[in-house]
Design a protein around this ligand. Structure first.
Ligand SMILES: [Zn+2]
Length: 84
């Protein structure tokens, strides 16, 4: 498991999509559980956008929205029902 310091260290790479997916998943998992890191990552995201940074391999807008939605919901790994 990542701790808060690991998440802080990896926040920029996380948002740039530069982390291996396994680590990425652990960061997301930590953010779902940790309000402090959630705020920190959102701040970094806001800052990157404000700076107009173009990371080499940016996370897509869709991906970022999905992360933010997941973070806001704080539901954890609950399976949603896909029935039509
Ligand atoms: Zn944390």
């Amino acid at each position: 498991m990542l701790n808060c310091r690991d998440v802080g260290t990896n926040a920029t790479e996380f948002l740039c999509g530069a982390l291996p997916w396994r680590v990425n998943l652990q960061v997301v998992w930590h953010l779902i559980q940790c309000g402090n890191c959630r705020l920190a990552v959102i701040q970094v995201l806001t800052m990157l956008r404000a700076l107009g940074r173009r990371p080499a391999k940016p996370a897509s807008e869709e991906q970022i929205q999905a992360w933010l939605a997941a973070l806001r919901h704080e539901h954890g790994p609950h399976d949603h029902d896909h029935s039509h």
